[in-house]
Structure formats: structure tokens, C-alpha cells
Ligand binder design. Sequence first.
Ligand code: ZN
Length: 272
Amino acid sequence: MSEAIWRYDRLSWLEMKAAIDRRPQPVVAVPIGAVEDHGPHLPISTDNDILDAVLAECGRRAEGDLLVLPTIPFGLDEHHLDCPGTIAIDIQTCIAYLSQTAISVARHGFTHLLIVNGHGSNASICDLAARQVVLATGVICAATTINAAVSPALVNDALEAGRKGGYGSIGHACEYETAMMLKILPERVQMDKAPRDIGQLKLKYFNWDHPEPSAYSWQDWWSRFSKEGVVGDASAATVEYGEKMFEVTVERFVELVREFRTIPIRDRVDHH
Ligand SMILES: [Zn+2]
């Protein structure tokens, strides 16, 4: 299937009009990632690389059921600015930029929009932006995260079953993200520099191992708890794990998209 079928911005406006008129209508994905340190062994583009690769494959496999916007490359990242290269956008600008992007899509007549996050700290931004889109336009707009090191809900069973690093191996620039990069862009991974940095806070209600949910969320300045920008065991990453996680993510995300677009838009009722 040609790329023009799934890349939102590669359609002509006439093709876009046809996509809007099609029934069932495609879901539109609005991706947002980050440029931030990912340890000594991965490029600072890692979150965007994983997001782009997964969504491209989802777009191909969804066969017209999914249109993917270009990734918004920068997100909420001030807490990473102690590491050279990170780009940080403030909270209000992130929410405004993301919601206005999605609202533009909705104004053309698309009814089901998914904000797709690839970077942990964008999660609350994505949720708020999605809410803003619903309130402003009445369409169905949700937020989800495709990066399993950030939010493993979609693939947690596979994430847990396949890892070799054990407790604490998955957090950031970790066993999972390194494995995904070994699958997607192996030439950008320097495995000889891949560290193991376990030993983050593990309390009764809070931990740094992402497959195990914490009861509260809290984000410190990154340089106060991670030595090299890694939380987890990057040295345990294998291409086999990356291939398995990539496949299960794509398979389930396409399924999620097809479920998502069945959510009906009901009429509001004014009870005043
Ligand atoms: Zn990342």
C-alpha cells in the first residue's frame, strides 16, 4: 500500500475530501514525541524514531483506516535540560499547539482523533489537549501512548514476558527502548556503550519499573536521579525482544484504532 494512503499530509486536498467523506471514516492520529537524552548509546531522537516507525507500520497495515499526521517533534522536557541537546517546550504552549493541531483536523469533518504520545512527560499534556478538542468541537478525541516504556497498558503482558533484565530494567533508554531501536534503526544504537542503571527509588507505592504501576506520579529533575540518562537495563536489550514488542504493538494498535472509531457521537442534553 502506498504511503499516500496513510500519511495525512501526503494527500491532496481532493483526496483529503474523499477520506473525510468515506464511511467508515479513517481515524486520524496526531503524534507528539520529544528530543531528549537517551543515555550514551541512543540518539536524542529516540522517542520520535520509535513513534514514527510504529505509526508508519500501523498506517500501512490499517489499509485506509488510519491517517497519520507528521510527528510534533518536541514536548514537555524542561526536566531533561541538564543533558546537552534536549529541546523543551513549556506546558501551556504544548497544550495549545497540540490541541490546535487536532482542532484543525476536527474542523475539516474528521470525527475520531487519537493523540498518540511517544514521550513519558507528554502524557498529561496529551490528555488535557484531547479534552480540549472534545469540548471545543464535539468530536471523539482520545490520548494514548504507543511507547511501552512510558505506558505499558497496550502491551504489558508481552513487555513483562519477554524481558531479560528483570525488575527495574524498563524505565527510560532502557531494555525496551534500546530493543525497539535495535529493531528499527540498529545503525543508531551503540550497544558497546549501553549501560545498566537499576536502583532507582522503590517504595511501597512508587517505583521506576514501568510495567509495575505506581500509585502516584512524580517527576524530578532528571540529573538528580539518573547518572547517564538511563533508567533500566539497556545492556539486556536484544533485537528479538524489539521485534516482538514492535509486532505486538503494531498489531494491537491497529485493533485499537478499529475499536476506537466505533465509539458513537451521542447528542448532548441540556438539563437546565
Ligand atoms: Zn524515550
